[in-house]
Structures are given as structure tokens and as C-alpha cells.
Design a binder for this molecule. Structure first.
Ligand SMILES: Cc1cc2nc3c(=O)[nH]c(=O)nc-3n(C[C@H](O)[C@H](O)[C@H](O)COP(=O)(O)OP(=O)(O)OC[C@H]3O[C@@H](n4cnc5c(N)ncnc54)[C@H](O)[C@@H]3O)c2cc1C
Length: 379
């Protein structure tokens, strides 16, 4: 079959490769001037540092098949994500761990002492059934840690007060009573030696795959193909006829520095008074390289307007209701499968994106043109 993939991010690349290997002819159209979607990396002209152009991306997974998959196309160097945060005039370790707690309260507690201290002297036990993010945080960690590490950051990141967000966002106790500051628990973690774009280029390097960059798909082209996999925005497929699904977008402010600016890749800023959420110093993502200069980006979050890049789906009550209406429309469509973070309006880590792309390709190889609109339901 002749198959069209809209979007040359991880979703499009992985589905395209799987289907090309099974003998199908693949055409990919990509609106941007590069492949790899939001994982795109490129070298900074001035400093030579490899930059994660759409924000920092750390690969982490528990899925051994996905880990094998990415290692087939790129060498992954060991990398542990250790994030710091600046708040109330000090630098702390994240996620909140024993070091953070001892430093914040000026104590030298051992794990069980800290657990008791948080439970008995900090947590607000008058809140019996937390309904909001704020109540949940107060119930778990108390006002001091909530205000230093959650409140300002959340307001900046999501543009709403934590008292307007559901408690479900903070599902588990967001505190570790040991000194483990590795951000992710997954078994496999790493950074692609030559960047994510080099990896995606290799995934796409197959004689049956043709990629057209700087080409924006419009729905009238769908009829030229036996099937379409669409990794663009779900509401965009329908020309936003029911309204726009809400996203947060990001603005990045670049600056350079001689030497080492902040000593780590990601420094969060927990206070509302600092307008940016974090500063990323990209050379720390490639500790095996050496660069005299450094390039950093301040990251600002705001509501996404029609001409902005959609980054984080908001998925609150209003957006989910609109999503349900779009899902109903999409389920009636024929010859198209909606995939990836934009096509299914979900936040997806890279490993989940690859897992879903592999599963979607397998469904297509089994069902062909009968493949449903969603292999992974968005709701
Ligand atoms: C700030 C940020 C940080 C992240 N950090 C991490 C991390 O640390 N670790 C992790 O595992 N994941 C991270 N992610 C998630 C990661 O970016 C996604 O998993 C991944 O990008 C999803 O790939 P995709 O192909 O589904 O979507 P995308 O990468 O968005 O690709 C979709 C592509 O479709 C193209 N497109 C859209 N509409 C059209 C159209 N009409 N015509 C042609 N082309 C079109 C777009 O230009 C885009 O290139 C992060 C995401 C963000 C936003």
C-alpha cells in the first residue's frame, strides 16, 4: 500500500520504518524544516553545543524492547537526570529528598526521623479528603515545602493557581526519604551521543521512505493514499470546527556564557516572582564533550495561541469535554489513524511514543485499511 504519514517526529518515523520494512511505500510530510519533531537537536553555531531545540529531552524507559529499538539507531551514553531548584535564596536538590528536607529545615534527620517530622509537624492533617492540587500538597508535605517547591512553579507552568487544579495531579507522596536525586526510576536512561535528530534520520533511512520537509498537510491530500497516519493536532484535522483544544506553549530566551553558567543541565526556579520556570544549560546533557562556551535557555510558559507551537495539552474538564466531541468525529472518519502526542492530545514521553508507534504499526499490519481511528484511545 501507499501510506502517508503526517509528521516526521518519533511517531511518524517509527510507524513509517515498521511499515516500510513490511513492504509498504511510505511518504512523510513534515511542516517543519527538520525531522524528529519536538525531540529535534542541533548544534549551536556559536558554541558547538548540541541543543535540544524544543526543550530538554532525557530518554528513560523500563521497556526493554524500546530501549533495544533506540540503541539500534543511535549510541546512548549513560545519563542521569539530576535537577536543582532555586527558591527562597538557596539552591536545593529535586525531587524533594532527604537532602532537600534537611537543608530546608536546617536539620540532620535520618530517614525515619524525617518521615515522622513531615507527617507529624508539617503535613496538614486537618485536610481529610483533598480535592485540589493545593490541598493534596498541604496534606502530604505541609505549607513550607508546598510554597517553596510547588506553588510558584505550578502557577508559572500551568497559568492557574494550584487551588484550581485537581488533586489527582499529585497522586503519590512527592518526597523521597533518602538521598536519591535521580529524577527517574526507570531501569534504562541515556542521552543519544549524536542527538535525537541523528537517531530519527537513521530510522527514516530506508529505500521505501520518502520525506518531504516544509510541507504542511491539508486534508484534501488524504485521498491520494491507501491510509494516513496523522501525528498533527487532532482538532487541526477537522479545521478546528468545534473549537481549539487548549495547550500551553513555551518561549525560550537564549543567552551565552563563557565556561560553566550554572553547573547543571536544568535549574528550576520555584518562585512566582521569577518569570521563567527553568534555565537549561545544554552542554551538561553531553558531559563526554568539551566546549569552552556555553549556551543556555530561559524557559517561559504561557497559553498557546493559534500561531504558537502546542507543547503541553491542558486536559482539564473543559478540554476533555471538547476532546470527547473530537473523538466522536474522528471515529467516523475512514482511512486515517490519529497517533502521537498531538493526534491523541496526551502528554507522552518518548519511550511511550515509540511503544505506541510499534503497537500501532503491528495493528496496521494485521488489520490493514480497517485499522481504527485510534489504536490508543485519547480519553
Ligand atoms: C518541553 C518538553 C520536554 C519534554 N521532555 C521529555 C523528556 O525529557 N523525556 C521524554 O521521554 N519525553 C519528553 N517530551 C516528550 C516528547 O517530546 C514526545 O514524546 C515526542 O515529541 C512525541 O513525538 P510525536 O511524533 O508524537 O510528536 P511531535 O514530536 O510533536 O511530532 C509531530 C510532528 O508533526 C508535525 N506536524 C504537525 N501538523 C502537521 C501538518 N499539518 N503537516 C505536516 N506536519 C505536521 C510537527 O511539525 C511535528 O514535527 C517532552 C516534551 C516537551 C514538550
Amino acid at each position: 500500500m501507499h501510506i502517508l504519514l503526517v509528521g516526521a517526529g518519533l511517531s511518524g518515523a517509527v510507524i513509517g520504518r515498521q511499515l516500510a520494512e513490511a513492504g509498504h511505500q511510505i511518504t512523510i510530510v513534515e511542516a517543519r524544516g527538520h525531522v524528529a519533531g519536538n525531540c529535534h537537536t542541533e548544534r549551536d553555531d556559536e558554541t558547538g553545543v548540541m541543543v535540544h531545540v524544543y526543550g530538554p529531552h532525557i530518554f528513560h524507559t523500563d521497556d526493554a524492547e524500546v530501549w533495544d529499538y533506540v540503541n539500534r539507531y543511535e549510541t546512548f551514553k549513560p545519563y542521569k537526570n539530576r535537577v536543582k531548584t532555586t527558591s527562597q535564596g538557596q539552591v536545593f536538590s529535586l525531587p524533594i529528598n532527604l537532602h532537600t528536607i534537611n537543608q530546608y529545615f536546617g536539620k540532620t534527620m535520618r530517614p525515619e526521623e524525617a518521615r515522622t517530622f513531615i507527617a507529624e509537624e508539617q503535613a496538614d492533617t486537618t485536610i481529610e479528603d483533598p480535592q485540589t492540587f493545593e490541598e493534596q500538597a498541604l496534606r502530604f508535605v505541609g505549607r513550607d515545602l508546598y510554597e517553596a517547591f510547588f506553588k510558584g512553579y505550578t502557577i508559572k507552568q500551568w497559568g492557574v493557581h494550584p487551588s484550581e487544579l485537581p488533586a489527582s495531579i499529585l497522586k503519590r507522596l512527592p518526597v523521597r526519604f533518602n538521598y536519591d536525586d535521580n529524577y527517574f526510576f526507570h531501569r534504562f536512561q541515556g542521552m543519544p551521543e549524536n542527538g535525537y535528530t541523528a537517531m530519527v534520520e537513521r530510522i527514516l533511512d530506508h529505500p521505501s521512505i520518502t520525506v518531504h520537509l516544509n510541507v504542511r498537510f491539508t486534508r484534501d491530500k488524504a485521498g491520494d493514499y491507501d491510509h494516513v497516519f496523522y501525528a498533527g493536532p487532532l482538532d487541526g484535522w477537522f479545521d478546528y470546527e468545534l473549537g481549539r483544544l487548549g495547550y500551553r506553549t513555551l518561549d525560550f530566551e537564549r543567552f551565552t556564557h563563557d565556561g560553566d553558567y550554572q553547573g547543571c543541565a536544568v535549574m528550576n526556579y520555584g518562585e512566582e516572582a521569577v518569570p521563567y520556570t527553568r534555565i537549561t544549560e545544554h552542554k551538561h546533557f553531553s558531559p563526554w564533550e568539551s566546549h569552552e562556551g556555553s549556551v543556555c535557555y530561559r524557559e517561559f510558559s504561557r497559553a498557546c495561541e493559534p500561531d504558537d507551537i502546542p507543547y503541553y495539552p491542558i486536559r482539564q474538564v473543559k478540554e476533555k469535554a471538547l476532546l470527547a466531541d473530537y473523538v466522536k468525529l474522528a471515529e467516523k472518519a475512514r482511512g486515517v489513524t490519529f497517533v502521537g502526542r498531538l493526534g491523541t492530545y496526551r502528554y507522552l514521553d518518548m519511550d511511550v511514543t515509540i511503544r505506541e508507534a510499534l503497537d500501532t504499526a503491528a495493528v496496521f499490519l494485521d488489520k490493514g485499511a480497517e485499522t481504527p481511528a485510534f489504536v490508543k484511545p485519547p480519553l
